[in-house]
Write a protein that binds this ligand. Structure first.
Ligand code: DAH
Length: 347
């Protein structure tokens, strides 16, 4: 038996195999259970013992050598056949990436602007007590002003039914004013972005939950003039490049005196934008209320433990969703919460 010759022939055949299927076929032909190498082993027993001793080990090493050659060769031909089936000139598939929600973008932008004005960002709880959401903001029980905020009251365990622990979903971010002042001394300036909840029917400009940004600046001589500067600086940066017409008008909030509202004229081509709920009418020249503000009421300072003769300050609360609606000309607040990717993907 000429082992070397057999090996050369097999290697030649292997080199000529067109693809991995052909290589595999060859492997079975030679190394399979009924393959040619095994039948050579069977023939060994017909040889004289001396021959058998000589050829046996050679055949054995041929078998293992071929095993290695075949598996190498199989790997190579698999790789080359994948490469051959890939069209390297074809345009790449677009990867569909996730991205930020418009309200997240606006929230980040607002924080950035106020940080630039030396405000700090503070947060507070969404489940709030009646005390912080109303009483300490000078809205006692039975005060008609409570009707300004349709409230989700939370069911409570019997043992919690003490009036001072009545719980609700905060209807505005204003309770964080009290929480912050209880623990910090003036002067300071903070903003409080956060989610708020109202037990209301939804429409194009009202949602059951939405976002507000509270602002509070307290010091020895803080005045409405400072408020005006901060708000106008904020609008200038937030509506960069967009022409925005806005106005102050007198308002009423139990926690500020005097109180003002800031209204923004809707962009002319934003015809489908919601009216502000109060005072706005259809068509052009509609104004949307985006912010309530004023000088902090002395009672609020007293609740927070400050002497109102020592300190004064302004506070404001702005609807983040409404600002986003104006900035991006979005006609319906409910779109933000629809989870509709066709809407979300535009940002
Ligand atoms: N909390 C008010 C609301 O949700 C908005 C507001 C008005 C906040 C005047 C203030 C403020 O801080 O001074 O309707």
């Amino acid at each position: 038996m000429e082992i070397e010759k057999i090996k050369k022939e097999i290697v030649l055949e292997m080199d000529n195999a067109a693809d991995s299927a052909a290589v595999e076929k060859l492997r079975i032909k030679y190394l399979g259970r009924n393959g040619e190498i095994n039948s050579l082993f069977k023939k060994l027993k017909d040889l004289p013992v001396a021959e058998r001793r000589k050829i046996g080990p050679k055949l054995q090493s041929l078998k293992s050598e071929l095993g290695a050659l075949f598996s190498n060769r199989l790997e190579v031909s698999k790789k080359t056949s994948v490469a051959a089936s890939v069209d390297l000139t074809a345009p790449a598939k677009k990867v569909s990436k996730g991205h930020l929600h418009p309200l997240t973008l606006v929230d980040a932008e607002i924080r950035r602007i106020f940080l630039g004005l030396n405000f700090s960002v503070v947060e507070g709880p969404e489940v709030e007590s009646e005390y912080y959401n109303f009483d300490a903001l000078n809205v006692p029980a039975n005060h008609p002003a409570r009707e300004m905020w349709d409230t989700f009251w939370l069911k409570q365990e019997a043992r919690d039914k003490r009036p001072e622990t009545k719980l609700l979903l905060r209807t505005h971010t204003s309770p964080v004013q009290i929480r912050y002042m209880e623990k910090n001394n003036p002067p300071f300036q903070i903003i409080v972005p956060g989610k708020v909840f109202r037990y209301e029917a939804t429409d194009a400009s009202h949602e059951v939950n939405f976002y507000q940004l509270e602002g509070l600046m307290v010091g020895k001589n803080v005045s409405l003039a400072n408020f005006k500067f901060v708000v106008e600086e904020f609008f200038k940066k937030f509506f960069r490049g967009q022409k925005i017409e806005f106005r102050y008008r007198p308002g009423y909030f139990p926690f500020t005196e005097p109180s003002v509202e800031v209204i923004i004229k809707l962009p002319a081509h934003g015809g489908a934008l919601p009216d502000g709920g109060r005072g706005a009418s259809g068509g052009e020249n509609r104004w949307l209320e985006v912010m309530g503000a004023g000088m902090v009421h002395p009672k609020v300072f007293e609740y927070a433990g400050y002497n109102p003769r020592d300190w004064q300050g302004f506070a404001f609360g702005v609807g983040i969703d409404r600002l986003a609606m104006i900035k991006y000309k979005i006609p319906d607040i409910r779109m933000f919460y629809s989870g509709d990717l066709r809407f979300i993907k535009q940002f």
